[in-house]
Design a protein around this ligand. Structure first.
Ligand SMILES: NC(=O)c1ccc[n+]([C@@H]2O[C@H](COP(=O)([O-])OP(=O)(O)OC[C@H]3O[C@@H](n4cnc5c(N)ncnc54)[C@H](OP(=O)(O)O)[C@@H]3O)[C@@H](O)[C@H]2O)c1
Length: 276
């Protein structure tokens, strides 16, 4: 990655996370140029991360091998359309992290012959612990796929999905997933308070348990069902809790939640396309 020039258009939360991750993983600051409309953000990017930041997206893009589109979905057209002639001349890979903006739409804004692909990261990427789904249409070259993967890997785990529609499921699983775990931790803490623990103690224990469970799930054997069985003694406390969850159709509730999120992701994408 150290030999590729990158243009990151949108230096907000996700743009910054990617830049920080890339710098941590060995990309030199002089290989990153940021196009960012907010003066305060440009100043802090330059001061804190040492990257060149400009209000001129065309200048940021000049000579870049990869354009990372990291503006809000509703700003994507305003960024890409004016750059179309330059994109068609210079032919960088356009890697969009804009949620719900389809490749067909990106291609329409960029113009014929420009390779476009999508990444769906999640909020923990801001801490370098993200989970990102990548999708690339067939015409994206292997070298470009590798470059995109290295960029996404700078902020955490990366998986490829074979169909663009799979990104709606990625959105439902890892995109929205942090909120489900946070809700579970919150409800556990609240229940512990009802059972007698002080609120601050319950919160600390719930958060530490959430964090530790993530580490446990990452360690060694990755079969989650087997891992859970290992920490569930027969007729013990954990089994009693898991039986109560099963009786309340926890599995059905989770399945319904992911289906609702995937459905909403599809609806939002249709809305973005119509609105553009
Ligand atoms: N944050 C997440 O957890 C997350 C997770 C998954 C995907 N994403 C995706 O990542 C993208 C960025 O999200 P974010 O949270 O980083 O948003 P953000 O913090 O608002 O960052 C976007 C930045 O782009 C700037 N911008 C707007 N128009 C521009 C233009 N024409 N040229 C250059 N810069 C421009 C914005 O400046 P102004 O503030 O002046 O408008 C802002 O600083 C979104 O498409 C989102 O779907 C984010």
């Amino acid at each position: 990655m150290s030999d590729l020039d990158l243009a990151i258009l949108g230096g907000g939360n996700m743009g910054r996370a990617l830049i920080s991750g890339l710098l941590r993983s060995g990309t030199r600051a002089e290989h990153i140029r940021v196009g960012e409309s907010a003066a305060a953000a440009r100043e802090s990017l330059a001061r804190e991360l040492g990257v060149a930041a400009t209000a001129d997206n065309s200048a940021a893009l000049a000579g870049a091998a990869v354009l990372v589109l990291a503006v809000k979905p509703q700003d994507a057209a305003a960024v890409l359309e004016p750059l179309a002639p330059q994109l068609q001349r210079e032919r960088p890979l356009v890697l969009s992290v804009a949620a719900g903006v389809r490749c067909a739409q990106l291609s329409a804004w960029c113009g014929a012959g420009v390779a476009v692909m999508r990444a769906m990261p999640n909020r923990p990427a801001l801490l370098g612990a993200g989970a990102t789904g990548l999708y690339a249409p067939e015409q994206v070259a292997p070298g470009q796929r590798a470059a995109a993967e290295r960029i996404a890997r700078a902020v955490g785990e990366v998986v490829w999905v074979p169909r663009e529609a799979d990104l709606d499921v990625v959105t439902a699983l890892s995109g929205s997933g942090p909120a489900y775990f946070l809700l579970l931790a919150q409800l556990m803490a609240e229940s512990a308070v009802e059972l007698g623990l002080p609120a601050a103690v319950a919160r600390r224990l719930a958060v530490a348990t959430l964090y530790g469970s993530g580490l446990l799930a990452q360690s060694g054997d990755r079969d989650l069902q087997r891992l859970r069985a290992e920490i569930t003694s027969k007729d013990g406390t954990t089994q009693a809790a898991l039986e109560a969850l099963a009786a309340a159709d926890f599995r059905g509730a989770v399945a319904g939640a992911l289906a609702a999120a995937a459905r909403r992701s599809r609806e939002l994408a249709i809305g973005e396309t119509r609105g553009s």
